[in-house]
Design a protein around this ligand. Structure first.
Ligand code: PXP
Length: 247
């Protein structure tokens, strides 16, 4: 069962993508984040990638200073970025896998395979008072290692389900449901994200124990047409409507 409504974290990376495309000062990610918050977003997410393709270091510091909702910093488990996170001290960090050539985060973090490194980073972040989430596939072994790591949250990778068509989708949704049950039973809080849009969010809400959905590309894309506040309001309305089978 989900607490109703599930919270919305808006990922504003692609506001910065638009800015970086031309090397301008606009559009300003802080202004975009403030519009999201004005519309009711519960948190703001940015991914500081090693290649700095969209969000820049200065954006992260500016967002932390400007926002009165939690800032969730997505980042690879790499020393340079961990040091920046410890300086910014966002309310939340979500550790993700990162490959330079990928278009977006492709798979979940291999917490089982990189357990020593991940656990050391989780420890440092927790010691700094930062809440930690691990972005993983809904895989029983990965979730077991997440629980052992001491992280507060898992963020279940919804991308495979969101990209699936027809009959392929149902088993992928079931894996997310089972993953959420396992994580919750192990004492982890459960977020989810990747590839969520207005056409699949009702099925995503069938996943139990959800705290927050982190949604970026579809909201920023929609905002280009209807404005950020309307795009966020539409998604909040969908979250308030709860689970269903989608249009
Ligand atoms: N959660 C994580 C961990 C991600 O890496 C991303 C993509 O940056 C998102 C959520 C948001 O995904 P999307 O942009 O597809 O909504």
């Amino acid at each position: 069962m989900n607490a109703v409504p599930v919270k919305l974290g808006v990922n504003i990376d692609h506001v910065a993508t638009l800015r970086q495309a031309r090397g301008t000062r606009y559009p300003d990610p802080v202004a975009a984040a403030q519009a999201c918050v004005a519309a009711g977003a519960h948190s703001i997410t940015v991914h500081l990638r090693e290649d700095r393709r969209h969000i820049q270091d200065a954006d992260v510091f500016a967002l932390k200073a400007a926002l009165d909702v939690p800032l969730n910093l997505e980042m690879g488990c790499v020393p340079e970025i961990v040091e920046i996170a410890l300086q910014v001290c966002p309310q939340e960090v979500c550790l993700v896998p990162e490959r330079r050539e990928e278009l977006t985060t492709e798979g979940g973090l291999d917490v089982a395979g990189r357990s020593t490194q991940v656990c050391a980073t989780v420890d440092r972040l927790l010691a700094a008072g930062i809440s930690v989430s691990l972005f993983v596939e809904p895989d029983p072994l990965q979730l077991e290692h997440c629980a052992q790591s001491g992280a507060d949250f898992v963020e279940l990778h919804t991308g495979h389900f969101c990209n699936a068509e027809g009959a392929a989708a149902a088993p992928l949704l079931q894996q997310l449901v089972d993953g959420a049950e396992q994580a919750h039973a192990a004492g982890l809080r459960v977020n989810a994200g990747h590839g969520i849009h207005l056409g699949n969010v009702a099925r995503i809400l069938q996943i139990p124990h959800l705290d927050t959905l982190n949604i970026g590309h579809s909201i920023v894309s929609r905002a280009v047409l209807v404005g950020m506040e309307t795009a966020v309001t539409e998604m909040l309305t969908a979250l308030a409507a709860g689970p269903g089978t989608d249009p």
